[in-house]
Ligand binder design. Structure first.
Ligand code: PLP
Length: 457
C-alpha cells in the first residue's frame, strides 16, 4: 500500500481488538527463572503465592507454556472505554527532524490515569473481585499505577489501599486526590502503619521512600488483613501478559498497512510496557519468522540493565517478597530523586532480563535533561504532553531518526508513548528553571548496593 495512504492515526475497530493476551514466555527457549522463596531459596509454590496474590493471577504468573490467555468479556468491555489506543504516524516529528525515518508511536495516555497501567489494573482487579476478595493493596511511585488501580477498583466496587512513595506523595498531591476520587485510601510510605515501615523509618527517619519499601508495606498490609491480596503494577510475568494488548494492537494496525518496524523502542522501569509492546514482535523473532532491533531505555540515574547485575534479588527493600532473577542494582538501591518516578525501580522484569541476557534486545541509558529536551521537542510538534518516563523512549527514537538522516536510511521506528505528563509539571518547571540535575550513581554506590545481594546458588 502506498505511503500516503497511511493516516496520521491508525485506529482499530472494536471487532479488530485482540480477544486474547499473548504470553511471550511460551515462545522463549530459555524461560525466565522461577521466583524463589526468600527463606528457603526453593521455587515458590502455587500455595505460597496464593497467600499473597489472587489465584487466577498466580496461575498466569507460573504458566510458561500457554501462548494465549483469553481476555474475559468483562475486561474487554472495560478496555473498550479507552481502547483501542491510537497508533500514530509521527509525520510532524519526522518533518521537524528532516529525517527519512518513518516514526510511529503507540499512545497509551488516553485514559484518566494517564498511562498504560490501566491495562493490567483492570485485569488484576477483575480476578480479585471474581475470587470474592474484599480489596487489594499496592504501592505506587509516581502515582500512575495507584491511579490506574483506584479506577479499576472503583469500577468494580473493590477496596483499594495504596502505599505511595513519600517523595511522590509530597510532590504530587493532585495524583493522590485523583486516587481518592475513585475511592482509594492513600498512605505515604514508609509509614508507621506497618512493622516493615516502622523498621525502615527507625533506620532512616528522613528517607524519601522507594518503590521497594512501599512494596514491602503493601505486601504486609495484604497478608495481615483477611480478604485482601497484593497486586503489583509492573515487573511480574502476569503484568507483562496483560500489557501484551499494547503490542498486539500495534501489530494488527501495522499489518493492515503492510508496515514492519525495524526498530522498536520503549522506556523500561519494571519492563511492563516495553514487554507488552514488543511481545508479538519478539515472538516472531524467537520463532525465527522475523527480526527486529529492540531497545530498552532507562534513566542514567537508575540503570538496571546497563549497569546492574543478572542475579537473584529481593523485589522489595523489606525483603519480604519472593526473590526474582533479574537485572538489578540491589534492593537497597535508592535512586536520586529524578523526575521519572515510574523508572525508579531497582530491578527489571525477569522475562526481559532473560531476553536481554540472551542478546535478543539492547538497552541504553539517557540523562534526565536530555530526556526533557526531547520531550519538549516532541510536544511542540506532536501536541501531546508526554510523561517523563515515556520521554526516555522519545529521546532514543529521535536519536535513531537523526542517525537515519545521516546515513540516509529509511528505517521504520516504533516506540511506546506510555503516558501523559500533566502531573509532572514540577519536573518540567525544574527543567525550565535550569534546576534539573543529572545525577548518575558512581560505580562504588552501585557496587555497595550489589554487595548486599542474597547468596543463591
Ligand atoms: C509506570 C510507568 C512506566 C514504567 O513502567 P514499566 O513497567 O517499565 O512499563 C513508563 N511510563 C509510564 C507513563 C508509567 O506510568
Amino acid at each position: 500500500m502506498s505511503e500516503n495512504k497511511i493516516p496520521y492515526k491508525i485506529y482499530l475497530s472494536e471487532d479488530e481488538m485482540p480477544k486474547a493476551w499473548y504470553n511471550l514466555r511460551a515462545d522463549m527457549k530459555n524461560k525466565p527463572a522461577p521466583l524463589l522463596n526468600p527463606a528457603t531459596h526453593q521455587p515458590m509454590t502455587r500455595q505460597e503465592l496464593d497467600g499473597v496474590f489472587c489465584d487466577e493471577l498466580v496461575q498466569q504468573e507460573l504458566d510458561n507454556t500457554t501462548p494465549y490467555f483469553e481476555i474475559p468479556r468483562e475486561i474487554r468491555d472495560f478496555y473498550k472505554m479507552y481502547r483501542p489506543s491510537p497508533l500514530v504516524r509521527a509525520y510532524c516529528l519526522e518533518e521537524a527532524l528532516d529525517t527519512p525515518a518513518k516514526i510511529y508511536y503507540k499512545f497509551e495516555g488516553n485514559n484518566t490515569s494517564g498511562s498504560h497501567k490501566l491495562n493490567s489494573a483492570i485485569a488484576q482487579a477483575y480476578y480479585a473481585k471474581n475470587q470474592g476478595l474484599k480489596g487489594v493493596t499496592t504501592e505506587t511511585g509516581a502515582g500512575q499505577w495507584g491511579t490506574a488501580l483506584a479506577m479499576a477498583c472503583g469500577y468494580l466496587g473493590l477496596d483499594c489501599k495504596v502505599y505511595m512513595v513519600k517523595c511522590s506523595y509530597e510532590q504530587k498531591p493532585f495524583r493522590r486526590e485523583v486516587m481518592r476520587v475513585y475511592g482509594a485510601s492513600v498512605t505515604p510510605s514508609p509509614s508507621n502503619t506497618t512493622a516493615v515501615g516502622r523498621k525502615i523509618l527507625e533506620k532512616d527517619p528522613n528517607t524519601t521512600g522507594s518503590l521497594g519499601c512501599a512494596i514491602s508495606e503493601a505486601v504486609e498490609a495484604a497478608t495481615s488483613t483477611p480478604g485482601y491480596r497484593y497486586v503489583l503494577g509492573s515487573v511480574l510475568n502476569q503484568v507483562m501478559l496483560h500489557q501484551s494488548i499494547i503490542g498486539l494492537e500495534s501489530k494488527i494496525a501495522l499489518d493492515k498497512y503492510g508496515v514492519k518496524p525495524d526498530i522498536i523502542i520503549g522506556c523500561a522501569g519494571g519492563g511492563s510496557n516495553l514487554g507488552g509492546l514488543i511481545a508479538p514482535f519478539m515472538g516472531e523473532k524467537l520463532r525465527g519468522e522475523a527480526d527486529y532491533r529492540i531497545i530498552a531505555v532507562e534513566p542514567a540515574s537508575c540503570p538496571s540493565f546497563t549497569r546492574g547485575t543478572f542475579a537473584y534479588d529481593f523485589c522489595d527493600t523489606g525483603m519480604v517478597c519472593p526473590l526474582a532473577k533479574m537485572y538489578t542494582l540491589g534492593s537497597g538501591f535508592i535512586p536520586s530523586a529524578n523526575h521519572a518516578g515510574g523508572l525508579r525501580y531497582h530491578g527489571m522484569s525477569p522475562v526481559l532480563s532473560q531476553l536481554y541476557h540472551d542478546g535478543l534486545m539492547e538497552a541504553t541509558s539517557v540523562k534526565q535533561t536530555d530526556v526533557f529536551d526531547a520531550a519538549e521537542r516532541f510536544a511542540r510538534v506532536e501536541g501531546i504532553l508526554p510523561a517523563p518516563e515515556s520521554s526516555h523512549a522519545i529521546k532514543v527514537a529521535i536519536d535513531e531518526a537523526l542517525r537515519c538522516k545521516e546515513t540516509g536510511e529509511e528505517k521504520t521506528i516504533l516506540f511506546g508513548l506510555t503516558g501523559t505528563g500533566y502531573f509532572d509539571l514540577y519536573a518540567y518547571e525544574a527543567f525550565h528553571d535550569g534546576k534539573m540535575s543529572d545525577y548518575i550513581p558512581t560505580d562504588e554506590e552501585i557496587a555497595r548496593s550489589l554487595s548486599q545481594l542474597p547468596q543463591v546458588d
